[in-house]
Design a protein. Structure first.
Length: 194
């Protein structure tokens, strides 16, 4: 079963698909969480995240990597758990923060190829989805301008429209992409195409 099929089935409330996800990846999720927390805490975090995934299954996106989403959720929840743990002694607190620092290094996409690959897949899917959501003419003008690097005049001549129409399509595409992706991802998208 592909990840897209798995997400589709879970979104529809298919308990068997969710059980498959848990059976197939539970040990890996626990191992990931244990990089930050003691075993009991790791198990609690993973169970909380999986319950949250099931409870919010209707909001799961087929465009994002489900494993990447769950790993990021585990990481964030583990860090939150550490930050809220007031019962630890100063030494335990220092020790945990040291672990958090090390984990941040190893779980940071900049330092870990596997994690980077998951984030890259998520990022690529998000950008492709945003570009594909543009109206057809807008998408075509955006493609010609930013992917094929054609000038406004060249695009206007190719499509048989005025240069102001081309400029309007480019402006509208950038506005829609900024809304869909945010300024940071839009900058990344445009930087990679220019």
């Amino acid at each position: 079963m592909t990840e897209t099929e798995l997400v589709q089935r879970i979104r529809k409330g298919d308990r068997k698909a969710f059980d498959f996800l848990c059976r197939e990846y539970y040990a890996a999720f626990i191992s990931y969480a244990k990089m930050v927390l003691p075993y009991d805490g790791a198990e609690d975090v993973v169970q909380d995240v999986l319950l949250n995934v099931w409870g919010n299954r209707a909001r799961l996106s087929e465009e994002r990597s489900l494993q990447g989403y769950i790993l990021r959720s585990i990481y964030n929840r583990a860090l939150n758990k550490l930050a809220k743990d007031k019962s630890a002694s100063d030494y335990q607190q220092w020790y945990r923060m040291t672990i958090v620092s090390l984990t941040s290094f190893y779980c940071d996409p900049e330092n870990n190829d596997s994690i980077r690959h998951l984030y890259t897949m998520d990022l690529r899917n998000k950008i492709n989805g945003a570009v594909m959501s543009l109206p057809p003419k807008c998408r075509e003008v955006f493609r010609l301008s930013y992917i094929e690097h054609k000038s406004t005049k060249e695009i206007a001549a190719e499509l048989g429209v005025s240069t102001s129409t081309v400029s309007n399509h480019i402006h509208n595409a950038l506005v829609m992409l900024r809304e869909a992706l945010g300024a940071g991802l839009l900058f990344l998208l445009l930087h990679n195409f220019r």
